[in-house]
Design a protein around this ligand. Sequence first.
Ligand code: PFF
Length: 461
Amino acid sequence: MSQSVHGTWANRWLFILAATGSAVGLGNIWKFPYITGENGGGAFVLMYLLCIALVGIPVMIAEVMLGRMGRQSPINTMVGLVKRFHAPVFWAGIGWMGALAGFLILSFYSVIAGWALAYIPKLAMGDFQQATGEYAAATFGNLLASPQTLTLWHSLFMLATIFVVARGVNRGLEAAIKWLMPLLFVLLFVLLAYAVQTDSFSAGVDFLFSFDFSKLSRESLVIALGHSFFTLSLGLGAIMAYGAYMPQSASISKTIVVVAVLDTLVALASGMVIFPIVFSNGLEPGAGPGLLFQTLPIAFGNMAAGSFFGVLFFVLVVFAALTSSISLAEPIVAWLVESKGWSRLRAGACVGLSAWLLGLGTVLSFNHWADYTLFGKTFFDCLDFLTTNIMLPLGGLLIAVFVAWVLSKQTVADELRMGPPALYNAWRFILMFISPLAVLAVLLNGLPFLSTLIGQIKSLL
Ligand code: PFF
């Protein structure tokens, strides 16, 4: 099959924009700065860059290639490839597990993106003018404490996601991405130009790029590797689904390198915007997940034209999250259209509504259900842990092994047409040995939690 029933990106650049749209999201703007802050800065950034280069990019090439070979939703792509290459049927599980992981992530991603939406009117109305740390913390706390408000913003964000997904590859995804991605780059550039003028720009840059290896632990290495999966949208079929709409003539490897570089640049640029503001206001880089929502508004509230820059920044976060959330929904929506014959509107609405319902669990886990924990983790923590630390790495591991060990060397070479054989061999070697071992390390790190879980279940029986 040379084309997907869902359509094809009009050209290679639209695939690049779409894949970059999926990759760039809350992971870059919210998560990357705060985990960098928590893990001591430069040395962590270096590890993260190594993980992107040595594991992220090779696995991403493999995942997109599978999508383009199958030209269907990830579930049907994997079923088709398993039949075509007479592989054991359990490999088709890559598609099913991915669609499930995408659905689970969508449910909480929408709630967090809703926080960013909620901050836009707050900043626009000058809520944070001359704000103190206590005021910003209280504002964030009040937002989390109100299930109604969280649900309102979560609902709006989910509706926007369904709207774009329902319109399909060309009229929905492509049209949205064509506008949102360039706008996002422009907004980031404006903010960066602002950050360069602050007196703490060099302190921020120093924090990001001076390598203090004494601050690096085994744990931070594992976090860096796990985050490289999350940030590149790997392991759950999102990028595989987008690969299915990629023109046959485009070079996968060159294209993916562009996407990974753009994703990394956005993460680094976000860091270069956030840390100078943090330092010039004497704030704490290791503030944790609250960094974006509690710390930055203080800075915006105390700088000239802060409302303007604040609104701009949170608009950017919402755009980035929207182009990621549509890719989280795409694998399962595409499957419903293909296999059940549903319209995209029906499939999008059904997936969106179910994810919205599940998202209410995340909403409640910040207030009424905050004390209902399973082994110390709230409902939201459990979902986040299960997907980011177990399902994505497992999906990535299986994709690497399937492409490197199950498909024949020639089949893969024909599909990729990478150019110099040495380059292809190096990529294949990494995929055969380095990526699976590195991912196993991440999975094993999740094992203490799993063994506690199993132990607790046993003691209950
Ligand atoms: N890459 C997105 C981010 O950095 O926010 C999150 C994400 C999107 C993860 C799509 C996985 C995915 F399939």
